[in-house]
Design a protein around this ligand. Structure first.
Ligand code: SAH
Length: 232
């Protein structure tokens, strides 16, 4: 059995605590549903859909025996930033909106209705790309930057066209979030954090893949674009 399959007790406790906190916040969100607008409900759909797509891959990934890991401090901070700005903070915003505990309300902005509609429409290509990239990567997917003992280089499915379809999907999700949740902290902030994560990850991930797969990865990069397909 891999070391990763046996999680230390503290990890399990942290996981359970996180689940309990999330359930409590979600209950508060539904309790506060009168204060929540249609576009914020669309964001909730995006958040739940995304979590549902990812969950089975997260469980599968626990079986992996990690051989290379680039999970240093900056990367950990970025992942924490994504967890906060894409999950916890918007959920707290929705749970406390227009209540006495409304701590983010001062940072609201207004957008015309059509902007919210564009945000809502973006979640369809997001779901497709997010699901497709997870299912094409299968056991090769990981939330952290890492390689496991049975890692293969995926060059088929959506990976035939672009090297980072999941990051393309996340670009759609973070822009949609700013169009659906009209608040600089709960809605817009995730764009800034994802930009930092994207810029730092792309270099490291490609270097890690090149170190692992050598010339196969070089050939693959020549045939594909980063997040948009290569036209020539
Ligand atoms: N950057 C990709 C994958 C994100 S998940 C995308 O945006 O779609 C990150 C993990 O996926 C990395 O730790 C790496 O191990 C793995 N990975 C990335 N590209 C891969 C590929 N073409 N084949 C196999 N694994 C890959």
């Amino acid at each position: 059995m891999s070391e990763n399959a046996v999680k230390p007790m503290s990890e399990k406790l942290k996981g359970m605590a996180a689940v309990i906190v999330m359930i409590a916040i979600m209950a508060a969100v539904f309790w506060n549903s009168d204060a929540i607008s249609w576009h914020e409900f669309v964001w909730l759909g995006l958040f739940f859909g995304m979590s549902l797509i990812r969950a089975p891959f997260g469980m599968q990934n626990r079986q992996n025996k990690v051989t290379v890991s680039e999970n240093h401090l900056w990367e950990k901070l970025l992942l924490l930033g994504m967890f906060l700005s894409m999950g916890l903070v918007p959920l707290i915003y929705l749970a406390t909106k227009q209540t006495n505990a409304d701590i983010f309300g001062f940072a609201d902005y207004t957008l015309p209705d059509f902007a919210s509609w564009i945000g809502a429409a973006m979640i369809l290509p997001f779901f497709y790309l997010f699901w497709r990239s997870h299912s094409d990567l299968g056991r090769n997917w990981s939330a952290k930057l890492e390689i496991h003992s049975e890692q293969t280089l995926v060059t088929n499915g959506i990976y035939k066209f672009v090297r980072h379809p999941m990051y393309l999907a996340l670009w759609l999700a973070v822009i949609a979030q700013a169009l659906l949740i009209h608040n600089w902290i709960a809605g817009f902030m995730v764009i800034v954090i994802f930009l930092a994560m994207y810029l730092s990850r792309i270099q490291q991930e490609e270097a890690m893949m090149r170190a692992q797969f050598g010339s196969d990865y070089d050939v693959y990069t020549k045939q594909t674009g980063r997040i948009l397909p290569k036209l020539f």
